[in-house]
Design a protein around this ligand. Structure first.
Ligand code: MN
Length: 204
Protein backbone atom coordinates (compact mmCIF):
# COMPACT_ATOMS: atom_id res chain seq x y z
CA UNK A 1 0.00 0.00 0.00
CA UNK A 2 1.28 3.40 -0.89
CA UNK A 3 1.80 5.49 2.15
CA UNK A 4 2.56 9.09 1.44
CA UNK A 5 4.97 10.83 3.76
CA UNK A 6 5.66 14.50 4.39
CA UNK A 7 8.73 15.57 2.41
CA UNK A 8 11.27 16.98 4.86
CA UNK A 9 12.15 20.63 4.28
CA UNK A 10 15.50 20.86 2.45
CA UNK A 11 16.58 23.66 4.87
CA UNK A 12 15.83 24.90 8.39
CA UNK A 13 12.56 26.67 9.17
CA UNK A 14 14.52 29.89 9.71
CA UNK A 15 16.68 29.58 6.57
CA UNK A 16 14.48 31.77 4.34
CA UNK A 17 14.26 34.67 6.80
CA UNK A 18 13.62 37.55 6.44
CA UNK A 19 11.70 36.75 3.24
CA UNK A 20 9.64 34.05 4.99
CA UNK A 21 9.55 33.81 8.77
CA UNK A 22 10.33 30.63 10.68
CA UNK A 23 6.79 30.77 12.11
CA UNK A 24 5.24 30.79 8.63
CA UNK A 25 7.45 27.88 7.60
CA UNK A 26 6.57 25.89 10.73
CA UNK A 27 2.85 26.31 10.11
CA UNK A 28 3.01 25.97 6.33
CA UNK A 29 5.08 22.79 6.33
CA UNK A 30 4.16 21.26 9.69
CA UNK A 31 0.42 22.00 9.64
CA UNK A 32 -0.83 22.78 6.12
CA UNK A 33 1.42 20.49 4.05
CA UNK A 34 1.30 17.73 6.66
CA UNK A 35 -2.50 18.06 6.75
CA UNK A 36 -2.74 17.39 3.01
CA UNK A 37 -0.49 14.30 3.34
CA UNK A 38 -2.49 12.89 6.26
CA UNK A 39 -5.81 13.57 4.53
CA UNK A 40 -4.63 11.96 1.29
CA UNK A 41 -3.56 8.80 3.12
CA UNK A 42 -7.02 8.55 4.71
CA UNK A 43 -8.87 9.27 1.46
CA UNK A 44 -7.06 6.73 -0.75
CA UNK A 45 -7.18 3.89 1.79
CA UNK A 46 -9.23 1.05 0.32
CA UNK A 47 -9.71 2.77 -3.07
CA UNK A 48 -8.28 2.13 -6.55
CA UNK A 49 -5.96 5.07 -5.95
CA UNK A 50 -4.24 3.42 -3.04
CA UNK A 51 -1.36 1.86 -4.95
CA UNK A 52 -0.73 4.61 -7.49
CA UNK A 53 2.20 6.99 -7.35
CA UNK A 54 1.33 10.61 -6.55
CA UNK A 55 1.49 12.02 -10.09
CA UNK A 56 -0.75 9.24 -11.39
CA UNK A 57 -3.27 9.93 -8.65
CA UNK A 58 -3.34 13.57 -9.73
CA UNK A 59 -3.80 12.76 -13.43
CA UNK A 60 -6.43 10.09 -12.82
CA UNK A 61 -8.48 11.92 -10.18
CA UNK A 62 -8.48 15.17 -12.24
CA UNK A 63 -11.13 13.65 -14.49
CA UNK A 64 -13.07 11.88 -11.75
CA UNK A 65 -15.79 13.97 -10.12
CA UNK A 66 -16.22 11.44 -7.34
CA UNK A 67 -12.52 11.82 -6.43
CA UNK A 68 -12.51 15.60 -6.01
CA UNK A 69 -11.14 15.45 -2.44
CA UNK A 70 -8.43 13.00 -3.48
CA UNK A 71 -7.43 15.32 -6.35
CA UNK A 72 -7.31 18.36 -4.09
CA UNK A 73 -5.17 16.75 -1.42
CA UNK A 74 -2.86 14.91 -3.86
CA UNK A 75 -2.37 18.12 -5.85
CA UNK A 76 -1.56 20.09 -2.73
CA UNK A 77 0.99 17.46 -1.61
CA UNK A 78 2.75 17.60 -5.00
CA UNK A 79 2.59 21.39 -5.26
CA UNK A 80 4.08 21.88 -1.78
CA UNK A 81 6.88 19.37 -2.45
CA UNK A 82 7.66 21.48 -5.53
CA UNK A 83 7.36 24.76 -3.62
CA UNK A 84 10.06 23.81 -1.07
CA UNK A 85 12.38 22.92 -3.96
CA UNK A 86 11.55 26.22 -5.70
CA UNK A 87 13.23 28.11 -2.86
CA UNK A 88 16.78 28.14 -1.48
CA UNK A 89 18.38 30.33 1.19
CA UNK A 90 19.81 33.41 -0.51
CA UNK A 91 18.34 32.44 -3.89
CA UNK A 92 20.34 31.38 -6.95
CA UNK A 93 20.81 32.58 -10.54
CA UNK A 94 19.42 30.97 -13.71
CA UNK A 95 21.87 28.95 -15.79
CA UNK A 96 23.08 30.65 -19.00
CA UNK A 97 20.84 28.42 -21.08
CA UNK A 98 17.69 29.05 -19.06
CA UNK A 99 18.48 32.78 -18.87
CA UNK A 100 18.82 32.89 -22.68
CA UNK A 101 15.46 31.18 -23.08
CA UNK A 102 13.84 33.57 -20.59
CA UNK A 103 15.21 36.50 -22.60
CA UNK A 104 13.95 34.93 -25.83
CA UNK A 105 10.43 34.27 -24.52
CA UNK A 106 9.86 37.25 -22.21
CA UNK A 107 12.28 39.90 -23.52
CA UNK A 108 14.40 40.10 -20.36
CA UNK A 109 14.72 38.56 -16.91
CA UNK A 110 13.07 41.68 -15.47
CA UNK A 111 10.15 41.38 -17.88
CA UNK A 112 9.74 37.74 -16.84
CA UNK A 113 9.69 38.83 -13.19
CA UNK A 114 7.05 41.46 -13.87
CA UNK A 115 4.92 38.88 -15.68
CA UNK A 116 5.26 36.34 -12.85
CA UNK A 117 4.38 38.89 -10.15
CA UNK A 118 1.46 40.34 -12.15
CA UNK A 119 0.07 36.85 -12.79
CA UNK A 120 0.25 36.06 -9.07
CA UNK A 121 -1.23 39.37 -7.97
CA UNK A 122 -4.13 39.19 -10.43
CA UNK A 123 -4.98 35.58 -9.58
CA UNK A 124 -8.34 35.63 -7.78
CA UNK A 125 -8.47 33.52 -4.63
CA UNK A 126 -6.26 30.59 -3.69
CA UNK A 127 -3.85 28.92 -6.06
CA UNK A 128 -0.35 28.89 -7.48
CA UNK A 129 1.79 30.81 -9.97
CA UNK A 130 4.16 28.83 -12.19
CA UNK A 131 6.96 29.14 -14.69
CA UNK A 132 6.71 26.07 -16.92
CA UNK A 133 8.33 24.65 -20.04
CA UNK A 134 6.48 23.07 -22.96
CA UNK A 135 7.90 20.02 -24.73
CA UNK A 136 9.47 22.26 -27.38
CA UNK A 137 11.25 24.24 -24.66
CA UNK A 138 9.00 27.31 -24.80
CA UNK A 139 8.48 28.96 -21.43
CA UNK A 140 5.21 30.28 -20.05
CA UNK A 141 3.86 31.88 -16.88
CA UNK A 142 0.41 30.89 -15.64
CA UNK A 143 -1.57 30.55 -12.44
CA UNK A 144 -3.67 27.58 -11.37
CA UNK A 145 -6.63 27.50 -8.99
CA UNK A 146 -6.64 25.71 -5.65
CA UNK A 147 -4.71 22.42 -6.10
CA UNK A 148 -4.40 22.36 -9.91
CA UNK A 149 -1.05 21.96 -11.66
CA UNK A 150 0.53 22.60 -15.08
CA UNK A 151 1.43 18.90 -15.27
CA UNK A 152 -2.23 18.36 -16.25
CA UNK A 153 -1.54 20.48 -19.36
CA UNK A 154 1.53 18.45 -20.32
CA UNK A 155 3.92 21.14 -19.09
CA UNK A 156 7.08 20.73 -17.02
CA UNK A 157 6.97 23.11 -14.04
CA UNK A 158 10.28 24.89 -13.38
CA UNK A 159 9.39 27.26 -10.53
CA UNK A 160 6.28 27.88 -8.43
CA UNK A 161 5.05 30.16 -5.70
CA UNK A 162 2.09 29.56 -3.39
CA UNK A 163 -0.74 32.13 -3.59
CA UNK A 164 -2.78 30.74 -0.70
CA UNK A 165 -2.94 33.29 2.11
CA UNK A 166 -1.34 30.84 4.55
CA UNK A 167 1.87 31.24 2.50
CA UNK A 168 2.33 34.95 3.22
CA UNK A 169 -0.33 36.44 5.48
CA UNK A 170 1.69 36.37 8.74
CA UNK A 171 4.64 38.08 7.05
CA UNK A 172 3.03 40.35 4.41
CA UNK A 173 -0.68 40.50 5.39
CA UNK A 174 -2.60 41.40 2.21
CA UNK A 175 0.52 42.52 0.27
CA UNK A 176 0.83 39.55 -2.07
CA UNK A 177 2.86 41.63 -4.52
CA UNK A 178 5.71 42.27 -2.04
CA UNK A 179 5.75 38.57 -1.12
CA UNK A 180 6.11 37.59 -4.78
CA UNK A 181 8.85 40.20 -5.43
CA UNK A 182 10.81 39.05 -2.38
CA UNK A 183 10.35 35.41 -3.38
CA UNK A 184 11.72 36.05 -6.87
CA UNK A 185 14.63 38.29 -5.96
CA UNK A 186 15.83 36.66 -2.74
CA UNK A 187 14.91 32.97 -2.45
CA UNK A 188 13.93 31.62 -5.91
CA UNK A 189 15.88 28.43 -6.63
CA UNK A 190 17.03 28.73 -10.25
CA UNK A 191 19.39 25.76 -9.89
CA UNK A 192 16.33 23.57 -9.37
CA UNK A 193 14.51 25.31 -12.24
CA UNK A 194 17.48 24.67 -14.55
CA UNK A 195 17.62 20.98 -13.60
CA UNK A 196 13.89 20.69 -14.38
CA UNK A 197 14.46 22.45 -17.69
CA UNK A 198 17.09 19.85 -18.64
CA UNK A 199 14.59 17.10 -17.77
CA UNK A 200 11.99 18.73 -20.04
CA UNK A 201 14.62 18.62 -22.81
CA UNK A 202 15.25 14.92 -22.37
CA UNK A 203 11.52 14.18 -22.45
CA UNK A 204 11.18 16.01 -25.80
MN1 MN B 1 0.51 26.27 0.90
Amino acid sequence: MTKFTLMPLPYDHSALQPVISARTMELHHGKHHKGYVDKLNKLVAGTAYERLPLEEIIRKSAGDDSARKIFNNAGQVWNHDFLWLSMTPGGSRPSDRLRARIEQDFGSHEAFGDRFVKCGVEHFGSGWVWLSAARDGALSVASTHDAASPILDGLQPLLCCDLWEHAYYLDYQNDRESFLREFLTRVANWDHAASRYREADRAA
